[in-house]
Design a protein around this ligand. Structure first.
Ligand SMILES: [Zn+2]
Length: 395
């Protein structure tokens, strides 16, 4: 029927009218809110937006003094103090809030959570821990546990860290990498105390948590190596090939030393060259060159790096070729070659660093736990590589 086809001609103005009414009501509401806020609130906001935190804090402290009822403002101030490193002021602000009798439960929990963060930033981990533990059965339980996990890692209380990580497990994050690393930390502690069996048991638990845990495998090899069981150590290292062969680079020197101890120098070098052939990214070129030079002489080492340069024309290959070339070049060319190698080293300095794939932190040393962002297993075991590729994408 034509009538029903034109219903919207009537409906449209009605909807329009309703929308206009709603907008007016909203604007009125906002205006009344605005009138109830002191003008200095906006002044403070302006300072904040301009990055002038000091002046913003002055303004807000003044408002807070005259409007003691503004709980949210006190939270904002406490947060600002903490961010600026004024931890005493932040702590005092949150303690004052907690002393109030008119706080709602959620506000009290929020104040506790904020205070715990102040204590953490001040390095008072035991006090932070006490408060965070109290929050275990509140709406802040998950946030509190996440912070507790950080506390336990700071305190190197790995047992509690494992327990907390297990409680935090959910579909988005299963914490298996972290839990395996915590077991590795326990193993390192036990090994340092010469409790070898205990260390091995922790490493088995690490591998149960994460069967790809390269660190656990490397530690098992180290323990065997330290006990003089060179064959056992080699077996452990070789198991890494099925996990993530690139981590073999971290143990390559110890692996060759183990073959040396067994008087199997040739087998060691053959294995190393086979691995390098199979996993071109394996960070052992320097070691392979050094070994060939020592075991087979300069001609063999030079030929090896020239061949490598052809198949894998990378900066590390080029550097190695130039280094070898310097040894065979006539004296009058050596000065220039030295300058070239030095320039190359200067411009490719980053190639000799390990990178955190999470925060970009770089270091000469390899870390399992990034000192900058505190994430675990975020350094690629290949120097100069800024992106950790998945194993299946590596070769
Ligand atoms: Zn990092």
């Amino acid at each position: 029927m034509p009538d029903t086809q034109f219903w919207w001609l009537i409906a449209f103005p009605i909807f329009f009218g309703l929308g206009w009414l709603a907008a007016r009501v909203d604007i009125k509401h906002v205006l009344s809110e605005t009138r109830s806020l002191p003008a200095s609130y906006f002044k403070g906001l302006n300072f904040l937006l301009n990055g002038e935190t000091n002046r913003a804090v002055e303004v807000y402290v003044d408002i807070a003094r005259h409007h003691a009822e503004t709980v949210e403002l006190q939270f904002t101030l406490g947060h600002l103090f903490r961010r600026r490193g004024e931890l005493e002021r932040a702590i005092r602000m949150h303690q004052k809030l907690l002393a109030r009798r008119d706080l709602a439960d959620t506000q009290r929990q929020q104040a506790q959570f904020e205070l715990a963060q102040d204590f953490m930033k001040a390095g008072l981990f035991d006090r932070a821990e006490a408060i965070l533990t109290e929050l275990a059965n509140t709406d802040y339980a998950r946030q509190a546990r996440t912070e507790l996990l950080a506390v336990y890692q700071q305190e190197k209380d790995w047992h509690k860290a494992i327990e907390t990580a297990r409680q935090l497990r959910d579909d988005s994050h299963n914490y298996q990498h972290e839990i395996a690393q915590f077991y590795c930390e326990l193993a390192v502690q036990a090994h340092t105390r010469s409790h070898t069996d205990e260390a091995r048991a922790y490493l088995q638990q690490a591998l149960e948590a994460n069967r790809q845990c390269a660190r656990a495998r490397l530690l098992l090899a180290d323990i065997a190596d330290a006990a003089g069981d060179k064959q056992g150590a080699i077996e452990q290292w070789l198991l890494l090939e099925n996990q993530d062969p690139l981590y073999l680079a971290l143990a390559a020197r110890a692996l060759l030393n183990a073959y040396d101890a067994l008087e199997q120098h040739e087998q060691g070098l053959t294995l190393l060259l086979r691995l390098l052939q199979q996993y071109p990214e394996l960070d052992v070129l320097d070691l392979a060159y050094e070994r060939i030079l020592a075991q087979q002489g300069l001609d063999a080492a030079y030929a090896f790096v020239r061949e490598r340069m052809k198949t894998h024309p990378t900066m590390p290959s080029l550097r190695k070729v130039l280094e070898a070339h310097m040894l065979v070049a006539p004296d009058d060319q050596k000065v220039e070659l030295e300058i070239i190698v030095k320039l190359l080293n200067d411009t490719t300095r980053e190639q000799s660093m390990y990178f955190c794939n999470h925060c970009g932190f770089k270091a000469k040393q390899y870390f399992w736990h990034c000192p900058a962002c505190t994430e675990w297993e975020v350094f690629a075991p290949v120097r100069g590589r800024k992106n950790r590729l998945h194993q299946t994408e590596s070769y």
